[in-house]
Design a protein around this ligand. Structure first.
Ligand code: ADP
Ligand code: ZN
Length: 290
């Protein structure tokens, strides 16, 4: 079986051909410009191959409601050219086969569950900490949807004592994304995140904010695994700091082995590395055929 996949991001689109074992055979990276230009290049690439289904993990917000007239649209994105763009409709005009559409982070969660660090489980949460913060989740084998889809990057969190940074979120200022995304770290300290030394106080704040978010996700969704990806999480020294804070905040309340004795494996990096998103889109494709 051959599957097509798109990881549609705000700066680049990754298009790939692979299979339902998570192998990728061909891929291209297209810079995200206008919908017309970007989609034309993606469609030209896919026309070279035969495949059975197409999965799309997409930046959002997006409309996932099958009963909505706007199903398959990117909706209120800050990327103006893509606002109200019918991405699934455009692809359907060229490919008459099952197409499945979800958020980039729900796709990554599915990818990690199928082939990555959550393999063998039926639930996991994937969070990316990069230009923005977003998280997706799979529970009992299905991606979490609802009124729209979770927007877990925008939850409210307590401030680190003495942190007076106003916050970067254009909607909420000091929500999780506003306080802890890569650009927020860089604006708060005036230093590129990858240039901040391990001993810099920035990382204590970062771990404090991310740990609060994870605690909230643990208490609300009860995921069996938490996978943390995105540019900021390349700072591997953040993991022990985050785990320590999570244990401290939970204070024994969630009395499970995974948290009490095995937090190193419970809060982990993507097993698929930088391919969590594109492999997730591939996993969506295979999900479409089920
Ligand atoms: P995007 O979120 O745009 O898909 P990334 O996940 O790579 O892309 O996130 C980019 C942001 O992550 C940058 O703005 C930067 O702040 C931060 N970042 C990228 N690489 C690193 C790194 N090695 N260490 C710390 N921060 C990083
Ligand atoms: Zn926000």
């Amino acid at each position: 079986m051959r599957l097509a996949a798109i990881e549609a991001g705000g700066t680049k689109f990754i298009c790939a051909i692979g299979d339902d074992l998570g192998n990728i055979f061909e891929r291209i990276v297209i810079p995200t410009t206008t919908p017309e230009e970007t989609m034309e290049k993606a469609i030209d690439f896919f026309k070279n191959y035969k495949f059975d289904a197409l999965g799309i993990g997409c930046f959002g917000p997006i409309d996932l409601d099958l009963n909505s007239s706007k199903y398959g649209y990117i909706t209120s994105t800050p990327k103006v050219a893509w606002r109200n763009y019918n991405i699934v409709g455009k692809l359907k005009k060229h490919f008459s086969l099952p197409i499945i559409f979800d958020t980039d982070v729900n796709a990554a969660a599915l990818g990690e569950l199928r082939w990555g660090n959550a393999k063998g489980l039926d639930s996991c949460l994937y969070i990316t900490v990069g230009t923005g913060i977003g998280a997706g989740a799979v529970t009992e084998g299905n991606m979490v949807h609802g009124l729209m889809h979770p927007e877990m990057g925008h939850i409210m969190i307590k401030r680190y004592p003495g942190d007076t940074y106003e916050g970067k979120c254009p909607y909420h200022k000091d929500c999780l994304e506003g306080m802890a995304c890569g650009p927020a770290i860089e604006e708060r300290w005036g230093i590129k995140a990858y240039d901040l030394e391990e001993s810099h106080e920035a990382w204590s704040l970062e771990a404090f904010y991310l740990a609060q978010a994870l605690v909230n996700y643990i208490l609300v969704l009860s995921p069996k695994k938490i996978v943390m990806g995105g540019g900021v999480m390349k700072q591997r020294h953040l993991f022990p700091l985050i785990r320590e804070n999570v244990v401290k905040i939970l204070n024994g309340y969630v009395d499970k082995e995974e948290i009490i004795n095995d937090i190193e494996n419970y809060i982990t990096y993507p097993g698929l590395g930088d391919d969590a998103g594109i492999c997730g889109a591939l996993a969506l494709g295979s999900y479409a055929l089920k």
